[in-house]
Design a binder for this molecule. Structure first.
Ligand code: NAI
Ligand code: 15L
Length: 269
């Protein structure tokens, strides 16, 4: 039986989420093209492996040949020097969009981040129209990706869903992640909705599970039909209420970006 896509590209395939997605996205394409700057092992059935640096324009142009849709997970995934972020996340994302446009790719799902809005407070409730407030050079680079993808949509019609992922790990690692946690099953569902909704234009979707508390209103992405199934409530015993509250100036518990906001805006070399 033929699958929805002939060629679906996953960048960042050697990373934490790339490894999780590798098998899960196979039913969606005849050929899943896996790409990363790092080694990805041997290609398995239905896979093609192309190792390259997103900052290499010519290599990325070739990478996008015949690709109908992209899950763009490649790049630096935490705070770093501006120079490193610029190569992987800013130049790399530009190369990807320019190649996608030239090669006729129809849609990109961009792994954006909660660090685009990390300087909102835990007491704020925001939606996709709230101005960005990045908490790091990393967050700024994700704002760039969101803005670039908006430009390509308005200019060329290339559609994007910017998935502002909260914290996608096997389980929450601290009290903040009880709010920001996105289970792997819900990540897969968010990608499925983003890829298969007939028209997405340019949409911003907050990527969180159905956790007991939320800072993010997804009503502006309702057309995607994303309904998370998991909840961090199953892990609440890991972080019992001790009655001892963090100091009011503990920035990791003041800002939505947690530790990214707490270490200050500059990467420490
Ligand atoms: P990761 O750091 O494990 O994976 C990123 C991958 O990108 C790595 O395998 C790395 O080798 C590759 N990469 C880095 N620079 C590259 C370059 N110049 N060219 C080609 N490949 C390059 O990160 P993770 O956790 O898997 O996240 C995947 C994506 O999702 C990232 O874009 C990250 O910013 C985003 N994200 C992840 C969250 C999470 O909770 N895991 C939360 C928010 C966003
Ligand atoms: C991110 O954007 C990072 O890629 C991930 O490693 C976590 O730090 C996550 O945000 C988070 O905020 O928990």
């Amino acid at each position: 039986m033929s699958k929805p896509f002939k060629r679906l590209l996953l960048t960042g395939a050697a990373g934490g989420l790339g490894k999780v997605l590798r098998d899960r996205i196979k039913p969606w394409a005849d050929v899943v093209v896996l790409s990363d700057i790092a080694d990805m092992g041997e290609a398995r059935e239905g896979e093609e492996i192309i190792q390259c640096d997103l900052a290499d324009k010519a290599a990325v142009m070739k990478l996008l040949e015949g690709v109908e849709a992209v899950l763009h997970f490649g790049g630096i995934s935490t705070e770093n020097t501006f120079e490193n972020i610029m190569q992987a996340n800013i130049l790399g994302t530009y190369n990807l969009y320019e190649a996608a446009h030239k090669q006729g790719t129809k849609r990109i799902i961009f792994a954006s981040s909660n660090h685009t809005i990390g300087y909102y407070k835990w007491t704020d409730y925001i939606d996709a129209d709230s101005p960005t407030r990045p908490d790091s050079f990393y967050g700024v680079s994700k704002c760039f990706g969101e803005s670039l993808s908006r430009y390509y949509y308005d200019r060329t019609g290339l559609e994007t869903v910017c998935l502002r992922i909260g914290s996608s790990f096997p389980e929450p690692a601290n009290p903040r992640m009880l709010v920001t946690w996105l289970s792997y099953d819900d990540l897969e569902e968010a990608l499925r909705c983003s890829l298969f909704t007939p028209r997405v234009g340019h949409t911003i979707l907050f990527g969180a599970s159905a956790n007991p508390a939320s800072w993010w209103d997804n009503s502006k992405a309702a057309h995607l039909g994303y309904v998370p199934k998991d909840s961090s409530v199953q892990f609440s015993d890991k972080f019992p209420d001790t009655g001892v509250y963090p100091a009011a100036d503990d920035l990791a518990t003041v800002y939505q970006g947690g530790g990214f906001a707490a270490v200050g805006p500059r990467y420490q070399d």
